[in-house]
Design a protein around this ligand. Structure first.
Ligand SMILES: [Cu+2]
Length: 483
């Protein structure tokens, strides 16, 4: 993470170039010196951001105060106040997103990134959002979960015409209730969401709220998924179930930043699911409570402790916990296929199959041939198998004890006694106190008495096969997988 002041970003060369291009497009601008005046009278300068680093929280300098969120591998969109209205400018456009080092995807997003920037406002704020469409087709934005006038709801054809390519539309409403929301197109949705168009929205409470407690750290990210063939760059948009990249904010492990906190911090994590399946999100070492959904804060008497919370399609969950155990705690989707990167699905289970001899024969024909999965798939994490250019490794991530053998929707919550307040930088690997790491037993291991009993039945069977049948476990192969 780099402590970049996002207001400075607006003045970077990229943003300036983008602005000039944009100003030229709207036809008003000649001299850069008159920019601020022109911008104030017309439309805010679009801020473009192309770094994949987690940006420092954007502390508000105007409007009502609040404790800002930290968007994992993302950022918050700066705004300007114009006669008491908070004005934002979103630009829908094609972007290149590095999903993990060495793997870039050609996506669609907002302001240089997929997902788009997080929008943070305060309950009661009057909000005006300019949306410029630089996509090759029309779009719109739906403000998921908001109370607003029907005509601002962003459903193409139903509540507004689509925003044609090259045009800018304006959305105006009051952020009426505090909570965790998201935004996404409601125009050619299947394509535009499969291409990465989405963003986070947080409405902070105005003053003290009986159901929204102050926290020390407030993180947010969207769960999203892509189907990008190994060696290619663009997602397949027709895929409904068989995605191969399971991401948080369009990043996959080990490209997802860790959530770094100080011991005894109260931590809030806000997540929204814009994939086609549910994700049971699991935190190690702590218990959390779901304190809010996209419908609002959960009444205190209705909260219960959990270590896994399932987030269904189109839902948002806001979890909170006291980070009182030091360590590097895994935090991940509990569907094991979702903590892997691109892989071929038509791989039969080869556990227990003896390839001796066969490999030698095949190697004569195909020098790079490798047997996969003879002892399980863990070898995949370490073997240096040749993979196509621009492909993420299926299982990877080097921990201090070896490969973590993960991918996809996986990261860490790092809890440290000495993490300074407000410091989100990565403290490195946890230094385990002596005697607190699982270790090898080096004494004599007694031989186990093996049972030959096939197990009891609930009741006697009417018929038995002539010979006992013994099967081996094999994951279902062939087409039509569901995750
Ligand atoms: Cu999942």
């Amino acid at each position: 993470m780099k402590p970049i002041d996002q207001r400075t970003m607006a003045r970077t060369a990229t943003a300036r170039r983008e602005f000039l291009k944009f100003a030229g497009m709207t036809g008003g601008m000649v001299a850069a010196a008159s920019m601020s005046k022109v911008a104030m009278s017309a439309i805010p300068e679009p801020v473009i951001q192309t770094s994949t680093d987690t940006m420092a929280p954007l502390v508000p300098e105007t409007g009502r105060p609040y404790t800002p969120v930290v968007t994992l591998n993302g950022w918050t969109l700066p705004w300007r106040m114009n006669n008491g209205v908070k004005e934002f400018h979103l630009v829908a456009e094609p972007v290149v997103r590095e999903m993990t080092p060495g793997f870039k995807a050609h996506l669609w997003g907002y302001n240089g990134q997929s997902p788009g920037p997080t929008i943070e406002v305060v309950e009661g704020d009057k909000v005006r959002i300019f949306v410029t469409n630089r996509l090759p087709e029309h779009t719109s934005i739906h403000w998921h979960g908001q109370r607003l006038p029907n005509g601002m709801d962003g459903v193409t054809g139903l509540t507004q015409p689509g925003i044609p390519a090259g045009k800018t539309f304006v959305y105006e409403f009051t952020a009426r209730r505090p909570g965790t929301f998201m935004y996404h197109p409601h125009a050619d949705e299947m394509t535009q969401m499969a291409m990465g168009m989405m963003g986070f929205w947080v409405t902070h409470p105005k003053g003290n709220h009986p159901l929204i407690d102050p926290v020390d750290r407030d993180f947010c990210f969207l769960l999203n998924a892509y189907d990008i063939d190994p060696g290619s760059y663009t997602p397949k948009i027709m895929t409904m179930l068989d995605f191969n990249l399971w991401s948080w904010n369009s990043r996959i492990f080990p490209g997802i930043d860790s959530l770094n906190v100080r011991k005894n911090d109260r931590v809030r994590i806000r997540m929204g699911n814009l994939t086609m399946t549910n994700h049971p999100m699991h935190l190690h070492g702590h218990e959390f409570e779901v304190t809010g959904t996209d419908g609002g804060p959960v009444p205190k008497g209705a909260r219960w402790p959990e270590v896994t919370s399932d987030i269904a399609v189109g839902q948002m969950r806001q979890i909170e916990f006291l980070a009182d155990e030091e360590g590097d705690w895994a935090f991940h989707c509990h569907k094991s296929h979702h903590t892997m990167n691109a892989m071929g699905h038509d791989v039969p289970t080869l556990i227990g199959v003896d390839h001796t001899g066969l490999t030698k024969k095949i190697t004569k024909l195909i020098p790079d041939y490798m047997v996969m999965g003879e002892r399980g798939m863990a070898d995949m994490a370490e073997m240096d198998m040749p993979i196509p250019e621009n492909t993420a490794r299926m299982m990877t991530g080097e921990g201090q004890f070896g490969s973590v053998e993960m991918g996809g929707m996986f990261s860490l919550v790092k809890v440290r006694k000495h993490q300074p307040h407000g410091d989100y930088s990565d403290p490195g690997f946890f230094n385990h106190p002596a005697g607190t790491v699982a270790f090898e037993y080096e004494g004599e291991v007694p031989t186990a008495e093996r049972s030959t009993d096939a197990g009891a039945s609930a009741m006697p069977a009417a018929h038995r096969p002539a010979e006992d049948i013994e099967v081996k476990v094999r994951k279902p192969g062939g087409g039509g997988h569901q995750h």
